[in-house]
Design a protein around this ligand. Structure first.
Ligand SMILES: Nc1ncnc2c1ncn2[C@@H]1O[C@H](COP(=O)(O)OP(=O)(O)OP(=O)(O)O)[C@@H](O)[C@H]1O
Ligand SMILES: [Mg+2]
Length: 295
């Protein structure tokens, strides 16, 4: 399998404070890779390092086998990306902004760009600073997709987009992935990542907590059981191996169970059950599980 992005013990410290620590990730050709983590975890720092906006303190990163710092010019010709900061481009019109990034990439497809603008229902003729947040985000998406790149790197691409546009954007990602483009995106919107990504990495306090196929993560992470009993039952009765955090919530007892469910179900059946549901953890629940584990 062809490796598209690889980081080796990528570390960035800002003065004395942590940015990222020993980040190792590998993104393969064709992946739609979701990069998840709470605020301040290190997503943007990792992405800025990949794009050579900042230099790592130690460790290294490659894209298409080329060094992210030394060969950034060659790399940028083959990638599309959404830079975090639009402040610099405020005075440019939308078209100028697209032209500017087109030059960085050694050209872009004008027809494809027009088609993208039409699809996202935006006219690139106004100054960037005059656009709303969502409109600027649309411009950034056009800019990332316009040169038919082999890899698209995006830091929270859907922030500020309304649900309809988010859906269009998800369709665009699927289409590109089907054509062989590799996608790397950070996000806070877990339901969206769950819909679109085949692999995810979760970053927590600057370190990678897990990197896996979405389907493996789900398999490993177990089930959520929610039970309503006819009589009062102490959630502590379910504190047993494999069970995390049995809690009472709105009259239900809720817990996550990894591995065998028999002993939990045996305990459940000792009481009168009014209602029960069991479902595999969603990515959101898995994420909360990792996130809470950090505290
Ligand atoms: N320019 C900077 N100077 C000092 N510290 C910084 C700087 N940029 C980021 N950091 C620190 O690095 C850590 C990681 O920040 P980063 O922006 O990468 O997080 P993030 O995962 O993108 O968070 P968010 O979800 O809020 O965007 C944070 O603790 C942050 O305070
Ligand atoms: Mg960020």
């Amino acid at each position: 399998m062809e490796t598209i992005i690889e980081t080796k013990n990528l570390t960035k410290t800002y003065g004395k404070s942590r940015g990222i620590v020993d980040v190792n990730i590998r993104v393969n050709k064709g992946d739609i890779f979701g990069f998840l983590g709470p605020n301040g975890a290190g997503k943007s720092t990792t992405i800025r390092t990949l794009l050579d906006y900042i230099r790592p303190t130690s460790g290294s990163a490659t894209i298409f086998g080329m060094d992210c710092h030394k060969e950034t010019v060659q790399i940028k010709k083959r990638i599309g990306y959404i830079p975090g900061d639009f402040g610099l481009f405020g005075h440019m019109t939308g078209w100028k902004y697209l032209e500017y990034f087109g030059k960085v990439r050694g050209g872009y497809d004008a027809e494809a760009t027009k088609a993208l603008a039409k699809r996202l229902e935006i006219k690139p003729d106004r100054k960037m600073k005059e656009y709303s947040r969502g409109m600027r985000q649309k411009m950034a998406i056009i800019q990332a997709f316009m040169n038919n790149p082999d890899l698209i790197i995006m830091d929270e691409p859907t922030s500020g987009l309304d649900p309809l546009v988010q859906q269009t954007f998800m369709d665009m990602i699927h289409e590109r992935a089907n054509e062989g483009t590799t996608i790397f995106m950070s996000s806070h919107v877990l339901s969206e990542v769950e819909k679109v990504c085949n692999r995810v990495a979760i970053i927590k306090e600057g370190r990678i907590a897990t990197e896996e196929k979405v389907e493996d993560l789900r398999k490993k992470s177990g089930n959520v059981i929610q039970v309503k009993f006819t009589d009062a039952v102490d959630p502590e009765a379910f504190r047993m191996p494999g069970v995390t955090n049995p809690l009472r919530q709105n009259g239900y007892i809720r817990m996550t169970v990894s591995g065998n469910m028999e002993s939990v179900l045996a305990e459940v059946s000792r009481h009168k059950v009014a209602e029960i549901s069991i479902h595999p953890m969603t990515l959101e629940e898995i994420f909360m599980h990792y996130y809470e584990g950090a505290k």
